[in-house]
Design a protein around this ligand. Sequence first.
Ligand SMILES: [Fe+2]
Length: 535
Amino acid sequence: MSAQSSGRRAVPVARRRFLAGAVALGGLALGCEPSSNNGNPDSSPKPEPPDPESPDSESPFTLGVASGEPRPGGVVLWTRLAREPLDGGGMPRRDLEIEWEVAEDERFAKVIARGPGIATPLFAHSVHVAVNGLRPARWYWYRFRSGKHLSPVGRTRTAPAIGSSPDRFRFAFVSCQDYQAGLYTAYEHLAGEDVDLVVHLGDYIYEYGVRSGNPVRRHEGAEVTDLQGYRNRHALYRSDPHLQHAHAQFPWMVTWDDHEVANDYADAAAQEPKSPDSFLKRRSAAYRAYYEHMPLRRSSLPQGPDMRIYRRAQFGDLVHISMLDTRQYRSDQPCGGAIQPRCAEALSESQTMTGPAQERWLLQNLDRSPARWNIIGQQIMLAQFKAGNGAEALFNMDAWDGYAAARARLLAFMANRKPSNPVVITGDVHSSWVNDLETNFDDKTSSVVGTELVGPSISSELPPPFELAVEAARADNPHSKFFEGSSHGYVLCDVDRRRMRSDYRVVSDVTTPGAPVSTLASFEVADGRAGAHPG
Ligand SMILES: [Fe+2]
């Protein structure tokens, strides 16, 4: 079932039936093998690792458990069996039976669903179970069994019923967790917060090799480019106990940015000039390892270098979330990329950030949404930000500033069709911002049509020269209401029918364990009135 199986309702599963189901589901997984098997550790000549059912085997649940993609009737449960997580997994090169169960209580006194599954080496012995038949807006507890080993217990929550009118929904959003740049103290605190969902906006891993100098922690090897490398890198990140704990406490919705594959890639184009064919091979490996390590639905199963990750989630009529993919379908960064004065290409109608199909999908979501709050989860900053004035003004070509016409279409849509309370949540820039979204950022009389909240990184750094450059340019960007560039943490969003409150929660330090968390700033967006105000 490493591809993904359907969950089932709560019936005790006899051993014989369990095995029969496992064989059937194993066949299903085999049918889903992506075409690329580049770097698969299955092909290595290592001796066969010990059988997981042998009495002296160690627990294969080294990477914890996770859940995600909440719907009113179910969630996806995830784990990966890996006795040697940093070295290809260390599991036998054959399909392994597992069992999963879901309970209404932490002690599993009231188990209401359980079933069999298969962890196959084709997907690094990962397991994705789509459980159905649960009740809406409820907490549940889940765990897996492999041989004599039980996994840690995870807690998850289903979404409110479609058509229901919840009074309140709380979520946190996070991004950018460079392992070498800092400790995950922010996750230690996030795990203790009271939220219904965690949204990850990308840079879950960084592909880089070992950093020079004296990093807080070290990557396990060189820059990753193949399947085994990406698997080991995900495993390294996932070995962090605070990250595991945050996954085990809440359902997550994830999307990626660039570093899950390679810095500043755009569709089939790598940052360095390389043939699209060789980059797409790398992208296949990276997407596959990403799928293997995330609690994603089968609809996101990669097909070679393609993987559908843009999708939406509904939380009654209070909150809808559209999760975007701004890497896989975008035009190459214009004007030579990086931070540059704008050339004509940055303003071209043909520059796309999302690709036309995703753009249509997003506008349709917004147009038809009955939700009071329409959240758009994405990676790079949507609001304009310029350093300097006139033809010499500098813009970030990797952000929406390099795709100005595509941004203008989205903001004109917000102005004309007036979707209810659009709020864009953003990662990527390792700093905290609040921006008014305007149809013309250079016109002070332009009306505010939406709100953008940019969250701090979990650990990744904003180099001090960038921080200073942003501070110096703030006066030329009056739609940008708040900026802070040296803290790490997450944003807590508390949404009710009359306002959305956002607390920027930051830790004072990511270089030594145990730093406390505090609220850097709080903002509120009032229902029916775009733009955030200190709250
Ligand atoms: Fe990042």
